[in-house]
Design a protein around this ligand. Structure first.
Ligand SMILES: Nc1ncnc2c1ncn2[C@@H]1O[C@H](COP(=O)(O)OP(=O)(O)O)[C@@H](O)[C@H]1O
Ligand SMILES: [Mg+2]
Length: 314
């Protein structure tokens, strides 16, 4: 374990320099709303606009960071629940063989007869709706995963157009949802490349801790490669600070560094550290139902508004 208090400051400056060099996203949707007050999470924001009914087909967002434990799964569940609250038809795709998203919504991955894995690799036609399950949240469904998915990474290697495998699955169900959120595994392997290839936008959760920026240059490099070679519509929607602890100077310093490096790409909304989130996993439901009037629920509702503002097609 490295004690952040004794870690030299130069370290993070060097990382920033690296990030600054490679990070500038090629196509960021500029934030179209400003609340004036950064990190505002109260409910005095403009009401969510209804989706343009002329639009068809879901807007697909990949939650991506090859670091584990940064809040990808927590953000997928709670952002999804808030988007469903705002009237969107939402599908969450568990794309991590650990199946944490499934667990977090009360599904036992070990007892699943079929999962997203079967849709990816089966040669026979499978109806996705035989696998998609309803979540405890009205308007939000889940395509679950379990450890089988780890085999897909190897099996897909020899496939033609292997990076488009998830895109082909999503194309089967795209018309039935407004927003699809993909919870990526903590790696930059073929599964994550599939998620980025299927996505319209990518959201990067970053834990507000000392080494948050480590590896981010590699992540944005992967995003740029996918943009150039596989999916030129891919947009970096934003970077989300998670597990922020206002009691520590350290959290604030890290956030300042992230904002210096990424500017407006960082969401105004900040997700604060609270034990309520681990509790929701045990409860198998999002914070919007577990503790509807909590600060954590308000933060994810604010994030949902920002995401909708940054993604007009959602
Ligand atoms: N804002 C938060 N405050 C406190 N704990 C959190 C917060 N967000 C997530 N957690 C907890 O941190 C752990 C890792 O979060 P998770 O969303 O599973 O990360 P990832 O999907 O990136 O691995 C989980 O136990 C989760 O409950
Ligand atoms: Mg996860």
């Amino acid at each position: 374990m490295v004690d952040p208090a004794t870690t030299p400051q130069e370290d993070i400056v060097a990382i920033d320099a690296d990030v600054e060099h490679t990070i500038v996203p090629r196509s960021i949707v500029p934030p179209s709303t400003t609340t004036g007050d950064r990190h505002q999470t109260t409910s005095d924001l403009a009401p969510v606009k209804p989706r343009d009914t002329a639009l068809t087909g879901a807007y697909v967002i990949a939650m991506c960071n090859q670091k584990g434990g940064v809040g990808k799964t927590t953000t997928t569940i709670n952002l999804g629940a808030c988007l469903a609250e705002a009237g969107r038809r939402v599908l969450l795709v568990d794309f991590d063989p650990q199946g944490s998203l499934s667990v977090g919504l009360g599904i036992n991955p070990h007892t699943l007869e079929s999962s997203v894995y079967d849709l990816l690799v089966s040669r026979k036609h499978i109806d996705p709706y035989d696998i998609i399950a309803e979540s405890p949240v009205e308007g939000m469904d889940i395509l679950p995963a379990n450890i089988d998915l780890s085999a897909a990474e190897i099996q897909l290697v020899s496939e033609v157009a292997r990076e488009y495998t998830l895109t082909r699955v999503i194309d089967l169900i795209r018309e039935d949802y407004d927003i699809i959120l993909i919870d990526c595994a903590p790696s930059l392997g073929l599964l994550t490349v599939n998620a980025l290839t299927a996505a319209d936008g990518v959201l990067i959760p970053l834990e507000c801790e000392f080494f948050a920026l480590r590896g981010v240059a590699m992540l944005t490099d992967t995003i740029h490669k996918v943009q150039e070679r596989l999916n030129n519509k891919l947009t970096l929607i934003g970077i989300l600070g998670t597990m922020y602890d206002s009691r520590t100077l350290h959290s604030k310093e890290v956030l300042d560094r992230v904002e210096e490096a990424f500017h407006d790409t960082v969401f105004d909304t900040l997700i604060r550290r609270t034990v309520k989130f681990p509790e929701t996993t045990v409860a198998g439901e999002p914070i919007t139902t577990y503790a509807s009037s909590s600060a954590g629920a308000a933060q994810y509702r604010a994030l949902a508004r920002e995401v909708l503002a940054r993604c007009p097609a959602a």
